[in-house]
Design a protein around this ligand. Structure first.
Ligand code: PRX
Length: 661
């Protein structure tokens, strides 16, 4: 792979140089009730006990005879004897006038069984088949996932905010037999027509010669079809119309091998198209259950609210599988956390008695901006809070701690990735102090290390950034990249492997693609991506994907995306384009290019600026120097530009950017 000098360490260079922060300690009250207070865990999960230590996590699950298991059985059936009447899912609709649905474990079991019967009998789905879900945040999403898991069908949920086209590409890549979607959902006060995306998705998959056989549509308001886009006869079926036929049906959970895939989750990497991380049933479920218990400190009596979308890995692991495996009550909120006003989240927390809260720095920044003191007006009490997805600035961390957590809640800053299944770095909340801005040490059983470019290990306290890697594998690590196993080795294990023929895991450190610094006390501070990926609001977008979307606009000759810091979202993409000869720049054209990106990928990817420039700064070999564009966007030093093929263009671009386009 070509060395990506043009973007290397961009994020690290942009990173604020924080001073070393002081510790915050968990309260005695928190420690008294915590699931993990035994420092022996570090010994038990020591490297010499690897990998046997992970049996402790596997023992949290119920296994069938012969080492088989079923994820749905573990998240639903096994809780019935003790917790039948306990709420499994609190579904909170965005419109505040619509009542919250409290779905008990018994009701969840009934609904999952009936839907599993429909999938099996109406769609003929069986173990090993793939289905793509493009579902918004309603209770039907976990119900659909669990029904698939019950049958051994591999689900691939695509974030509902992604476009129909992005969904269609994923249908084709996973060769999904069925698309499961919804007619509509509420977002920021509007009922969106979501069925429209399904039509585009099917067309896209068809163009790739892999159309789904059927489209199943859940109704947002059961009994009433509320999308403008009509159903396609013979292809689209309304789930709510079909379900009565399966009333009372019960489906025996499939006995799956621990290594059978449970789901696919697409993410962006440094090359080309998004890739599907294939997660296993046994290892994945053990890991998310263990980490939900010890890092999230979930007890069955807790009300747990993770504000992420289930369309991302965080939602799979820490809204659905982990919390439900522990018989907790998990909140699923449909809409925008600040809708209709900045008090909404805290009203939900107050009404439901939420005591564990989990969100991203982006959401924390947005809530803070919407109202510094608003949380104080509400009578909720968190014992535990999580941050995930991007680095959190110490200032923002302190607002989270003092204002949202009212100084009562511990915080865990959990660093991990779609590929990882569950947390990699975090403090164990009752065992070690918190340090604002630092994720903390590796989890029990995880051995992170920082290598410099030459593969030399950087020692704790060295004060230098390097590439963070994990020395050992762990149960939550994805099994492979769907349909491209070599890419798994290339992208994650080749970088620091010293002996390509070795069968010993010690020779194959996992390369995460993040820059990080290791402090003297063993805490890791993650700086961000080192590859061609932009982390927007805690989610990875491939720069190449954005650039190729821009190139679908016929007027565009070249496109380059760079990340720029944003007060709320952490980073946002900015786009530079040059036009084909004879084409004139105009605000309409800029808007058209931005729209093309939103259509291809989704509104989350829309650049905040499209700069039309006469030419890109290039090396003599013709490579676009994104580093220089980043410097221009962030108004920082461009460094030495004399080696460029066209240094004169830098000043022209600078004046465009300074003039605001
Ligand atoms: O750069 C890191 C950042 O998010 C990337 C993973 O993104 P994704 O696969 O979408 O998963 C997001 C949720 C697990 C990482 O490579 N990241 C994630 N958590 C943190 C973080 N950066 C700093 N601190 C974190 N706690």
């Amino acid at each position: 792979m070509a060395k990506q000098e043009s973007t290397e360490l961009t994020e690290a260079q942009l990173a604020v140089h924080w001073k070393e922060e002081g510790y915050y300690h968990p309260s005695a009250k928190f420690i008294a009730q915590a699931n993990m207070t035994d420092t022996d865990i570090l010994e038990r999960f020591g490297e010499k006990n690897f990998p046997e230590c992970y049996k402790e996590y596997a023992d949290l699950l119920t296994w069938f005879v012969g080492g088989k298991l079923n994820a749905c059985y573990n998240c639903v059936d096994r809780h019935l004897p003790k917790n039948r009447n306990k709420t499994a899912i609190h579904f909170v609709p965005e419109p505040e006038g619509e009542p919250i649905q409290h779905i008990t474990y018994q009701e969840l079991w009934v609904r999952v069984n009936e839907f599993a019967a429909l999938l099996r009998e109406f769609c003929g789905l069986k173990r090993g088949d793939r289905v793509t879900l493009h579902l918004p945040m309603t209770a039907e999403l976990p119900i659909t996932m669990l029904a698939c898991a019950r049958l051994g069908v591999i689900h691939s949920q695509v974030f509902s905010g992604f476009s129909g086209q992005a969904c269609g590409e994923r249908i084709a890549d996973s060769q999904s037999r069925v698309l499961i979607t919804a007619d509509s959902y509420y977002r920021a006060g509007k009922l969106l027509d979501h069925k429209k995306s399904a039509d585009i998705a099917v067309e896209t998959a068809k163009a790739e010669k892999a159309p789904p056989e059927r489209v199943l549509v859940w109704q947002r308001h059961p009994g009433k079809y509320s999308a403008q886009t009509p159903l396609v006869q013979g292809r689209d079926f309304v789930v709510n119309d079909l379900l009565p036929k399966y009333r009372g049906h019960r489906i025996e959970p499939e006995h799956m091998l621990a290594t059978d895939p449970l789901f696919l989750m697409y993410t962006s990497g440094s090359t080309g198209r998004p890739k599907a991380c294939q997660h296993s049933t046994g290892g994945y479920l053990s890991y998310v259950t263990g980490t939900s218990k010890y890092i999230q400190d979930i007890h069955p009596e807790d009300v747990y609210w993770c504000m992420a979308d289930i369309g991302w890995i965080t939602g799979h692991s820490y809204i659905v599988y982990g919390p439900l495996a522990l018989a907790a009550s998990s909140v699923v909120y449909e809409g925008v956390p600040t809708h209709p006003d900045a008090g909404r989240s805290w009203r939900i927390a107050e009404e439901l008695g939420v005591n564990i809260f989990h969100t991203s720095p982006t959401a924390i920044r947005a809530l803070r901006r919407a109202g510094e003191d608003i949380p104080k007006k509400y009578n909720y009490h968190f014992k535990h809070m999580t941050t995930v997805g991007e680095p959190i600035e110490p200032e923002v961390w302190r607002w989270y701690y003092n204002v949202v957590g009212k100084g009562e809640a511990v915080i865990v800053d959990t660093w991990w990735q779609t590929e990882n299944g569950g947390f990699l770095c975090s403090t164990v909340p009752a065992l070690s102090p918190m340090k604002p801005g630092s994720a903390g040490p590796g989890l029990p059983g995880i051995y992170p290390v920082i290598f410099d470019d030459d593969g030399k290990e950087l020692s704790a306290g060295a004060g230098k950034a390097g590439n963070v890697c994990i020395r050992n594998p762990w149960p939550g690590l994805m099994q492979t990249i769907w349909g491209d196993p070599d890419r798994m080795t290339r992208q994650y294990f080749q970088r620091y492997c010293k002996d390509k023929d070795s069968k010993d895991w010690r020779d194959w450190p996992y390369f995460a693609g993040d820059g990080a610094v290791l402090a003297q006390d063993g805490y890791f501070r993650i700086l961000g991506r080192i590859d061609d990926v932009i982390n927007v609001a805690g989610h990875r977008l491939g720069t190449k994907e954005l650039e190729s979307a821009a190139l679908t606009v016929p007027e565009v000759a070249e496109a380059a995306v760079v990340p720029v810091p944003d007060e709320i979202k952490g980073r946002v993409p900015e786009l530079y384009v040059s036009l084909k000869p004879g084409v004139k720049a105009s605000p309409e054209l800029s808007a058209k290019i931005a729209m093309a990106i939103a259509e291809h990928i989704g509104p989350i990817a829309k650049p905040n600026h499209v700069w039309i420039v006469p030419d890109m700064p290039k090396t003599r070999s013709g490579k676009i120097m994104r580093r220089i564009l980043t410097a221009l966007s962030t108004k920082s030093d461009t460094g030495d530009i004399t080696t460029l093929a066209n240094p004169e263009v830098v000043e022209i671009i600078r004046s465009t950017v300074q003039a605001g386009g």
